[in-house]
Design a protein around this ligand. Structure first.
Ligand SMILES: Cc1cc2nc3c(=O)[nH]c(=O)nc-3n(C[C@H](O)[C@H](O)[C@H](O)COP(=O)(O)OP(=O)(O)OC[C@H]3O[C@@H](n4cnc5c(N)ncnc54)[C@H](O)[C@@H]3O)c2cc1C
Length: 304
């Protein structure tokens, strides 16, 4: 079956059945971002101790500076007075975040499944963030690459189109704006699309897209505002090697290749697809098996 992607928002139905529904994005632009950041902490501070340049303490240590790690750090910085360190083996966007297409789509999500509530909440939070920026007089398009593109999931065969019709009904019943476009309506909306009598589409006008690189830059900038208050530090190009155990059998510190970062309250591992293998490595010297059911998955996506 031929696969056709509109550069902005059309997706072929069949590609959602086997793999991530997101068209691939070149990651070559990442190579010029291999900068090593490290904010210097003040020698004295409210909540921190600092015994040497490679031996520091924070309330929360976040492992992984992808979109998840950065937003977790942001949340602690904004909603508490805790100090936060974020550690990455590379730089933000060197993982899945940098490859991501940034689609915030509900079109391929199914009401009632485990990911439905999370996806709805995620969609809502990103929309709120875009609205907040607007209220502050900033342009969400500039800051986040935010666009309300809508999404179009295209069925090529009668069976696919029929499934899409059912999906539109299901999504509408769950409260989303969703429209079924028969081949004639689809041709009108997308005149360049090759449409035959069996082609149809599910159209969700409220689906959005953001630019992961811009968004990460925005999040980093906002997080760094807390560095001058001694509440935030970044350790990039510094892979985490192991956890150091406390007397009470908790995690006392995170050992990276260059630093020992003591944690006063929590260590959060947000290492994306590396989380499963990393957790095993981190706990190996404790004689513990730690199984996190996260594994990397390789997919092949074609865009035209
Ligand atoms: C091609 C592609 C397209 C996608 N398109 C979309 C889309 O359109 N919409 C959507 O919602 N999702 C999309 N996704 C999924 C989305 O990009 C991911 O779900 C999301 O970026 C995961 O973010 P993360 O922070 O968990 O992981 P990552 O961005 O992978 O971050 C994990 C970080 O952990 C770091 N790390 C790993 N090991 C260590 C270690 N030992 N020490 C320190 N740091 C470590 C890595 O360097 C990395 O920076 C896409 C994914 C891909 C691959």
């Amino acid at each position: 079956m031929a696969t056709l992607h509109h550069p902005h928002y059309i997706l072929n139905f069949s590609s959602t059945n086997h793999c991530s529904p997101f068209p691939s994005h070149s990651s070559s632009s990442l190579t010029n971002r291999s900068i090593s950041y490290k904010y210097k902490l003040p020698a004295t501070g409210n909540r921190m101790t600092r015994s040497s340049s490679s031996d520091q303490a924070f309330d929360v240590i976040v492992v992984g500076a992808g979109i998840i790690g950065l937003t977790v750090a942001r949340q602690f910085l904004m909603d508490s007075d805790l100090s936060v360190a974020i550690v990455d083996k590379g730089v933000p966007c060197s993982g899945a975040t940098g490859a991501g297409q940034g689609y915030l789509w509900m079109t391929h999500k199914t009401p009632g499944t485990a990911t439905w509530d999370l996806s709805m909440r995620s969609h809502q939070l990103w929309t709120m963030m875009a609205e907040d920026l607007q209220q502050q007089g900033l342009d969400p398009m500039v800051e986040l690459g935010w666009k309300k593109t809508g999404s179009l999931l295209v069925g090529r065969t009668f069976a696919e189109s029929d499934t899409l019709k059912g999906r539109v009904k299901q999504l509408s019943e769950a409260g989303l704006k969703a429209e079924y476009l028969c081949s004639r309506d689809l041709s009108k909306r997308e005149p360049d699309l090759l449409v035959d009598k069996d082609t149809a589409a599910a159209f969700l006008p409220d689906d959005c897209q953001l630019d992961a690189h811009r968004t990460v830059t925005y999040l980093e900038k906002a997080n760094r505002n807390f560095a001058s208050k001694g509440r935030y530090a970044e350790f990039y190009d510094d892979p985490v090697k192991c956890f150091i155990r406390s007397d009470g059998n908790g995690v006392e510190a995170v050992q990276t290749s260059k630093n020992t970062l003591y944690s006063k309250k929590a260590v959060i591992v947000a290492a994306g697809c590396w989380t499963g293998s990393l957790m095993q490595d981190l706990f190996r010297n404790w004689g513990m098996e730690f199984q996190v059911p996260v594994r990397p998955r390789k997919v092949c996506l074609y865009t035209t």
